[in-house]
Design a protein around this ligand. Structure first.
Ligand code: PRT
Ligand code: ZN
Length: 295
């Protein structure tokens, strides 16, 4: 029995999703327009679908796992609840890609003074449930105009007064003379799994894949740092190493006063940190990328 993971077929999450699976060791060949591809070295198949379909495929146990944006997950969760149903897919962990925010944006000349300025307006969006919750929370009465795409041109076409859409760099808003005024949801990709207990034959590989995905996520931005320092400076050095747990301290041959320190830092190490390490007595400081990590 093979594991099945759903990812976006063609869009903003596709390359990062394939990159994540590649870093987990998956080898596959993908034919053009192929909807499913067969992992060659793992019992894992990748299903390529529209991102909006991923939560349903996982919820219905057609796929064991899925990679999809929080914006899509949250909209699905709220839509399920509105129908009196419980969303059943389980969120396993957040992933470090697909970062964006769902924002309310107003035309340049709009006099915005907080959520109450939205009263009586028409707001175009692809995310009616998330927007509806925001409006309810702020006691705003507005008309939600549901569009399936090209939300940013709705005000110019006279279909709405303002919009609620995803933003990453902000250049689409600027090009359409719109200004961000509220963040309704901060989003990034997430790993989800089926609510159904995984079949015993698939369990070992599910466990291995989840550990590998976690390992890949943990090494992003992590650095391995090595340096020499006076033993007396160890407390100061431990404070300076960003996000490191219990550094390894190794004696240096023939030196009682100086030691070698090795540590994994869970955050990026900047030049400023290296300069501070030097000022407390560190020397021979090396910062190396971490390729794989298994907790
Ligand atoms: O065909 P399918 O349904 O699979 O694709 P889609 O068109 O629904 O999705 P796609 O590929 O556009 O986005 C997939 C996911 O990427 C989204 O659900 C988000 O989780 C995430 N993501 C990250 C984004 C953006 N950044 C983003 N900038 N999704 C959309 N945008 C759009 C936004 O709607 C706007 O039109 O990009 C434009 C704004 O970008 P900036 O950089 O100009 O601000
Ligand atoms: Zn979509």
């Amino acid at each position: 029995m093979r594991l099945r993971i759903a990812i976006q077929k063609s869009g903003r999450l596709t390359d990062s999703s394939l990159d994540l699976l590649g870093r987990c060791g998956l080898k596959y060949t993908r034919g053009k327009d192929q909807l499913m591809c067969h992992g060659e070295n793992m019992p894992l198949d990748v299903l390529f679908v529209r991102d909006d379909d991923i939560p349903d495929l996982v919820q219905e146990d057609v796929c064991d796992l899925g990679l999809v944006g929080l914006n899509v997950l949250e909209e699905k969760r709220l839509a399920f609840r509105a129908r009196g149903l419980a969303p059943l897919f389980e969120q396993v962990q957040l992933l470090d890609f697909g970062h964006c925010r769902l924002c309310i944006a107003v035309p340049d000349g709009f006099d915005y003074r907080g959520p109450r300025s939205l009263d009586g307006t028409r707001i175009a969006t692809t995310y009616p449930a998330i927007l509806g919750r925001f409006l309810d929370e702020h006691g705003v009465q507005a008309t939600v105009v549901v569009l399936s795409g090209s939300v940013e041109i709705a005000p110019r076409l006279g279909r709405a007064d303002l919009i609620c859409d995803l933003v990453s760099t902000g250049s689409t808003l600027a090009a359409n003379h719109l200004r961000e005024v509220e963040t309704v949801l901060a989003s990034q990709a997430a790993l989800i799994r089926t609510p159904v207990p995984i079949a015993p034959e698939k369990r070992e590989w599910t466990h291995r894949l989840l550990l590998r995905i976690d390992g890949v996520e943990q090494v992003k931005g992590s650095k391995y740092i090595m340096l020499h320092a006076p033993r007396s400076a160890l407390p100061a050095i431990a404070k300076l190493l960003p996000g490191s747990e219990a550094p390894t301290v190794i004696p240096l041959d023939g030196r009682d006063d100086r030691v070698a320190v090795h540590a994994v830092c869970r955050e990026n190490v900047f030049w400023e940190t290296l300069e501070q390490l030097k000022s407390v007595g560190a020397s021979s400081v090396l910062v190396l990328p971490v390729e794989k990590m298994l907790a």
